[in-house]
Design a protein around this ligand. Structure first.
Ligand code: ATP
Ligand code: MG
Length: 364
C-alpha cells in the first residue's frame, strides 16, 4: 500500500498542513522541534493505534484548540481509500472510507504501517510489557480478530481484578471466581496460541535480518516465553488447562494482593544475542540492531500475510545507525513507501519535505 496525501488540522504544532508523498522514500527534514515527529506520530494513528510516544489524546490537539482532525488518502487492496480521525473531548473517532466507526479498533488492519523510532529501543531495554505490546500490535494488523480477543481478555482481567478486591471485603463472593478463571483461561489460551505462532513465524526472519545487519558476526534468537506454552506441539486445550490450574493455585495470593498475578498478561519474548540476554548484556548498538531486525521482520511478515507492503515510518532512526547499517536498512526497504525524519536533507530520496514551525514545504 502507499499513502497519497495526509492533511493536518490542529494536530500539535501542525495547525493547517498537507503533503503529498511519493511511492518510494520520503524524507521529512528540518531543525529540532519543528514538527517532524508529529507527522510520523499522526501517520501511525491511521493504523488505529495510539500515539507511539504514549501521549494522551488531548495532548495531540494544538494548544488552545478544541479538536484536531487528520486525514489520509491511501491506495490499498487495489483501490483508493480514505481515513479520518477526529480527536475531541479526549477521545478519538475514526471514519474509514466515509463510514464512521464506533471504535478505533474497527479500522485496524486497513492502513498498515511499521514504525521505528528511538522510543522503540524500549522493546529491548524495558520490561515485558513493551515486548507484549510489540507482538500484540503486530498481530492486530495481521489478524483484526486478534484485536477483539485481546480486548475481551483485557475486560475479563479488569473484572476479575475488581472481584478480587471485592472478595477482600466480602469473602463469600469467592465462589464466583470460578467463572472468571474459566473465561480468563479460555481467552488467554487463544492469545497464547496466536502469539506463539507469530513468534515462530518471525523467528527465522529475525535471525536472518540480524545476521545481515551484523555482517554474519553475531546471531539473534527470539522465543515466546510463557509459563503455559512449553513446546511447539502443545494444544490450545492444554494451554487453557495450564492457565486454569495456575489461576486456581494462585487464587489466595491474588485475593490477598487484589490483582491477577498469573496469566498471559505476564508473558514475555526472550531476545538473546549470541546466546546472552539482549536486555542485560547487549551493547547499545546490538540492542538497536535487534530492534531493527524485529521491525524488518514485522514488516516482512505483514507484507506476506496482507499481500501488500505496509508503510514504513522511521523517526530519527537513520542518524543513529552507522553507514553500513543505514545502507542495509535502505536496501531492505527498497520498493516500499518509507517516511524518514532527520535533521538534514543528505539522504537520497524521491521526495523531500522541509518542516518549519509546523508548516510543510515540498522540495529542497
Ligand atoms: N499540543 C500541541 N500544540 C502545539 N504545539 C505542540 C503540541 N505538542 C507539541 N507541540 C510542539 O511541537 C514541537 C515538537 O514537534 P516534534 O516533536 O515533531 O519536533 P521534531 O521536528 O521531531 O524535533 P526533533 O528534531 O527535536 O525530534 C514542539 O515545538 C512542541 O512545542
Ligand atoms: Mg523528532
Amino acid at each position: 500500500m502507499y499513502v497519497e496525501s495526509v492533511s493536518f488540522e490542529n494536530y500539535r504544532n501542525l495547525k493547517n498542513a498537507e503533503f503529498f508523498p511519493s511511492k518510494g522514500i520520503n524524507v521529512i527534514y528540518g531543525e529540532n522541534a519543528q514538527g517532524k515527529t508529529n507527522i510520523i506520530e499522526c501517520m501511525w494513528l491511521f493504523t488505529g493505534g495510539r500515539s507511539f510516544r504514549g501521549a494522551k489524546d488531548r495532548e495531540l490537539i494544538t494548544f488552545d484548540e478544541k479538536y484536531s482532525k487528520v486525514k489520509a488518502t491511501f491506495f490499498s487492496t487495489n483501490r483508493r481509500q480514505n481515513v479520518e480521525i477526529l480527536i475531541q473531548n479526549n477521545k478519538r473517532k475514526a471514519t474509514l472510507n466515509n463510514i464512521p466507526k464506533d471504535y478505533m479498533s474497527q479500522i485496524i488492519g486497513n492502513f498498515c504501517a511499521v514504525i521505528f523510532s528511538p522510543h522503540h529501543m524500549n522493546l529491548i531495554k524495558n520490561g515485558p510489557e513493551e515486548r507484549r505490546n510489540f507482538i500484540d500490535s503486530a498481530l492486530c494488523q495481521i489478524k483484526p480478530q486478534y484485536a477483539s480477543v485481546l480486548s475481551r481478555y483485557k475486560k475479563i482481567l479488569i473484572q476479575r481484578n475488581a472481584l478480587l478486591k471485592s472478595i477482600q471485603k466480602n469473602p463469600e463472593l469467592s465462589d464466583t471466581l470460578d467463572i472468571w478463571n474459566e473465561k480468563l483461561a479460555e481467552t488467554g489460551s487463544h492469545i497464547a496460541v496466536y502469539r506463539h505462532a507469530y513468534i515462530s513465524s518471525i523467528r527465522p526472519l529475525c535471525e536472518s535480518f540480524y545476521e545481515g545487519i551484523s555482517q554474519h558476526r553475531e546471531s539473534l534468537n527470539i522465543a515466546y516465553k510463557s509459563l503455559y506454552v512449553d513446546s511447539e506441539s502443545i494444544s490450545r486445550e492444554d494451554i487453557k488447562n495450564s492457565i486454569l490450574t495456575t489461576l486456581q493455585n494462585k487464587q489466595n495470593d491474588d485475593i490477598y494482593l487484589g490483582y491477577t498475578t498469573r496469566g498471559i498478561h505476564r508473558d514475555d519474548i526472550c531476545v538473546t544475542i549470541n546466546g546472552k540476554d539482549a536486555k542485560s548484556f547487549g551493547s547499545q548498538g546490538q540492542q538497536r540492531s535487534a530492534v531493527l531486525a524485529l521491525k524488518l521482520s514485522e514488516a516482512s511478515l505483514l507484507s506476506k500475510s496482507k499481500g501488500e507492503s505496509p508503510v514504513i515510518l522511521l523517526d530519527d532512526v537513520l542518524s543513529e545507525l552507522d553507514l553500513a547499517r543505514q545502507n542495509y536498512l535502505l536496501n531492505k526497504l527498497e520498493g516500499l513507501q518509507v517516511f524518514i525524519t532527520c535533521c538534514d536533507s543528505d539522504i537520497k530520496a524521491q521526495n523531500k519535505f522541509l518542516i518549519k514551525n509546523g508548516e510543510i514545504f515540498t522540495g529542497e
